[in-house]
Design a protein around this ligand. Sequence first.
Ligand SMILES: [Zn+2]
Ligand SMILES: [Zn+2]
Length: 142
Amino acid sequence: MNNKPNFSNLLKCKGLKVTKHRNSVLEVIESSNRPVTAEDIYIILKQKDISINLSSIYRILDTLVANSLINKFIFEETNKTCYEMNDMQHKHYLICNGCKKVFPISGCPLHAYESQLEDTLDFTITNHKLEIYGYCKDCKKK
Ligand SMILES: [Zn+2]
Ligand SMILES: [Zn+2]
């Protein structure tokens, strides 16, 4: 037996059919500690000997996004579409200019600043975007 996380309930919960590939894609996204691209998922599944083509992965990702199981977002700078589990948390990211990896950071430093702006400028803020660029630990060494 294996102790892999089982996403069947999550899928059933949304009224989606449970398939091996949907489970595998969710498992890759869940076990990654950073947002992944469809290509990342493809490579990881291939290493696990799971045969699936890239267009099927995109189809699965679209379904999962449409059912709010995962989030999809595009980083403007790198123009890469990334996916992560939808844990309903407001997050920001560090993006490495070298290897283009994306690192989630917890917490948001802007909420206090937002309320200050709302007060002083009489502006109602609905959301914001913040991406921080630089070089990761590995790329700094190079
Ligand atoms: Zn890097
Ligand atoms: Zn924020």
